[in-house]
Design a protein around this ligand. Sequence first.
Ligand code: UDP
Length: 319
Amino acid sequence: MTRILVTGGAGYIGSTAVYQLLERGYEVNVFDDLSTGHRESIDNRAQFFEGNLLNQSEIEAALVGCAGVMHFAGKSLVGESVQKPEMYFENNVGGSQNLLDAMKVVGVKRIVFSSSAATYGSPEVSPITEIVPAHPTNPYGETKAKVDEMLSARALGDGFASISLRYFNVAGALKTSAGWLAEKHQPETHLIPNVLKSSAQNPLKIFGTDWPTPDGTCVRDYIHVVDLIEAHILAFEWLNDPGHEIVNLGSGSGYSVREIISFASKVLGVEVPFEEDERRAGDPATLIAAIEKAGRVLGWKPQRDLEEMIRDAHLALNQ
Ligand code: UDP
């Protein structure tokens, strides 16, 4: 049996990973401080260690018996990172450094890291390949780029086998035997959940309609959370020799905010009320992934389309 430590295993993406790992026959330790995650999202087959990444000895205790780590824990909101950069650097960079130090102490060498398309900033090229240099436009992206660098340095220095998976926009939900695992952020800032919650009293706000894109709204590349975790499991199984790779995870296609609204209206059969608002600080105009490397290195391709993401997120919200 292979045991994996999942940091952030009470969060949206982490809890989905926990469930998929358990279904594949892995054993799982979950490490989470429950600051944004939910106790009830943790599968009861996993062993839960409530702890904080700022406390190295708590991480060491959770690592005992593990063959590797999937590291999801971290602060993940672009807008909040602009307001509170110090919180992002402390948790995301400091917390990851403690995790790597704890791994070194316990002798665990394999790590799959949740990196982000936010590391790229607003590159000229589209779709974005992994060789595009990191030029983040917000503190959130800066912290993810720093951890990617740290992993690269420590692959050489400490012999870690690591992979940074650069997520584009994760959406959708996972149906488990105990119900749906889905986004439950408080407050919710992500587009698709906000589209699904939009009402005449509380219409969705479109953040900016004057972006340099075909319809003036931001373009993003959406990926189903179940496909995303499939890639993590392939990545974990692929890790072996010391080194560090960066691999994008997305669909390879972009949709504007307006396109998401009209697509959701069609899938759900209802109008989505919206109003136009100012740009949100830190947002780049367009982010679309080149996903050839994920295919080449991991043998991965997304299987679920935008319709499935919207439908699953909707079913989860109304369960
Ligand atoms: N967005 C929006 N209204 C919302 C939430 C998001 O117009 O209520 C836009 C946001 O400005 C961005 C895109 O939708 O261009 C995706 O944002 P999200 O927060 O879902 O993900 P991000 O790209 O920031 O990781």
